[in-house]
Design a protein around this ligand. Sequence first.
Ligand code: ADE
Ligand code: ZN
Length: 352
Amino acid sequence: MSPTPSNATSPSAAVTQKFTRAPKAELHVHIEGTLEPELIFALAQRNGVTLPYASVEALRDAYAFTDLQSFLDIYYAGASVLQTAEDFHDVTAAYVERARADGVVHAEIFFDPQTHTVRGISLDTMLAGMERALAQAEQRDGFSSRLILSFLRHLSEDDALETYQAALPLFDRYPHRLTGVGLDSSELGHPPSKFARVFALARERGLKLVAHAGEEGPPAYIHEALDILQVHRIDHGVRSTEDPALITRLARDQIALTVCPLSNTKLKVFGDMREHTLKQMLDAGVAVTVNSDDPAYFGGYVNANYAAVAQALNLNDDELYRIIRNGFEASFIDETQRATLIARLDAHWQVA
Ligand code: ADE
Ligand code: ZN
């Protein structure tokens, strides 16, 4: 019998044998980015929305992005089919089912309320639908989750403040689920400092804080997110390698980065996955995690993201373990749950 190829020569073997079934956390996924074209069409029909695409295939064909903005234009259009609590339930339930197939046992899910309130959809409607799906997944399958309310940075801080004030009763009603705020949408020209006041309020309230930074924007935006917004994690952060002092800081303070490899290549942050900075950051001791961002648009859920980056950067078994473990270490869960989930990972890893 020929010997099993080593992981160094065959990372894809490691991918299939070990981590596809490993329990994982997903810390960077936008619920609106999990709307598969088939579901967009089904919800459009249910809600009487006319889409500017003739078919599922025509919509999928439009997913050829040149940068973040070219994606966001289509992503916001797709999100317009979400109208009722049932719609928010259905997209959330579909995501959970798909994530579970990839071994995800804990997810921290972004939603963009301003994308929906502008169309007259209330925060109550969004939360009611998502909570029903997540509570059911928790009871039925032990799937644990949090929701992170994300402000759209291309809008004003006053708009974010208004959204935050409107969400206060929801933070009270869903304290177990709605536990943080984030910052997303068009990064360039909208630095984290623009949202200093709303993040200060969220911080005073004890909410968890995250921000997209260093996706298309410069390392200075990551410094701002840390210094001014005082975030607990950075979403993306892949441009941090341009600033050695920042890498040292991220490693020293163990600030986790929620990296999304397929998103980065689809949005042309990197021309090729082999140029991705994930391994450089990992080698420098930065707590990188792997996530799917907007899986319905970028061609893969969390395992596909691991597989793509493991293959391109030749990640070995230990590196994959560290990335998965980083996901649990960086999750917004209590220490008992963290220890339980890491023990589950270790038990799987030793026998797999
Ligand atoms: N909203 C959804 N996906 C995003 C991304 N990759 N960057 C910024 N905002 C987003
Ligand atoms: Zn994102």
